[in-house]
Design a protein around this ligand. Structure first.
Ligand code: GLN
Length: 201
C-alpha cells in the first residue's frame, strides 16, 4: 500500500478484510518487502512529488517493469498512466499502463457522483463506482484493455497484465472485486516465483 498521501486507510482496511498482510510503503526498504502495490486516490501531483522526495519513484518504476502487480485508483490511475493530460508543470508518473488519461475530467469535488457500471470481466453484478474528481481514460494503447466505461462510452477502468487502473473509488462504495483481482495477481506472481526458485533442501 503506497502510503504517501490519499485515502490509504480505507484501502488498507479493505485489503486486510480480504486477508492480505498490509504494509504502509513510504520508503524503498518497505517497497522491497511487498509483493504488490495499491496506489490510492488522493492528489497525483502530491503523490508524485513525495515519491521523488522519498526516493521511491525509480524503485517503483523498476518494480512495475519487473511485473509487480499494482492497483491504482483515481490519483493512483494517473500515477500508472504513461501519458497525462491537464497535468501540472513538471508532473511525472510511474507509468506502465499504455493509456492517456485526463486529470479532473469530471469537474470539481462538488460534482462527485456515483454510477453503476457493467464490467463483465468482474462478473454479472454491476460495479458501484464513486467518482471524486477522477481522471478519464482518453485513449487505450495496444498493450492495455478497457475493463469498463460509463454509459456515454468514456473509459474508466483498464487492465494491462499485472496492472489495474480505475478512475473511481471502489473502497467507498464497498466494492471489493478490484482488490480481489489485484490479490489474485499477487498470488499468481508469488506462485510463479515459487516454481522458479527451487525449494531449499
Ligand atoms: N484530481 C486528483 C488528481 O489529479 C485525483 C482525485 C482523486 O484521487 N480522488 O490527482
Amino acid at each position: 500500500m503506497l502510503a504517501l498521501q490519499g485515502d490509504v486507510r480505507e484501502h488498507a482496511a479493505l485489503l486486510a478484510q480480504l486477508g492480505a498482510d498490509v504494509v504502509a510503503v513510504r520508503r524503498p526498504e518497505e517497497l522491497a518487502t511487498v509483493s504488490g502495490l495499491v496506489i490510492p486516490g488522493g492528489e497525483s501531483t502530491v503523490i508524485d512529488k513525495l515519491s521523488r522526495t522519498f526516493g521511491l519513484q525509480q524503485p517503483i518504476r523498476h518494480e512495475i517493469r519487473a511485473g509487480m502487480p499494482v492497483l491504482g485508483t483515481c490519483a493512483g490511475l494517473i500515477m500508472l498512466a504513461d501519458t497525462v493530460l491537464d497535468a501540472i508543470d513538471g508532473q511525472q508518473t510511474f507509468g506502465g499502463l499504455d493509456v492517456v488519461v485526463r486529470r479532473n475530467a469530471f469537474g470539481r469535488q462538488t460534482e462527485s457522483f456515483e454510477a453503476e457500471l457493467d464490467m463483465p470481466a468482474l462478473g454479472a453484478e454491476p460495479v458501484r463506482a464513486a467518482f471524486i474528481r477522477g481522471p478519464v481514460v482518453e485513449s487505450v494503447g495496444a498493450a492495455a484493455t478497457p475493463l469498463g466505461a460509463l454509459e456515454d462510452g468514456r473509459i474508466v477502468a483498464v487492465e494491462q497484465g499485472h496492472l489495474i487502473g480505475i478512475s473511481f473509488h471502489p473502497e467507498i462504495s464497498g466494492e471489493t472485486r478490484f482488490h480481489r483481482r489485484f490479490l489474485d495477481h499477487v498470488e499468481a506472481r508469488l506462485s510463479e516465483r515459487t516454481l522458479l526458485v527451487p525449494a531449499a533442501r
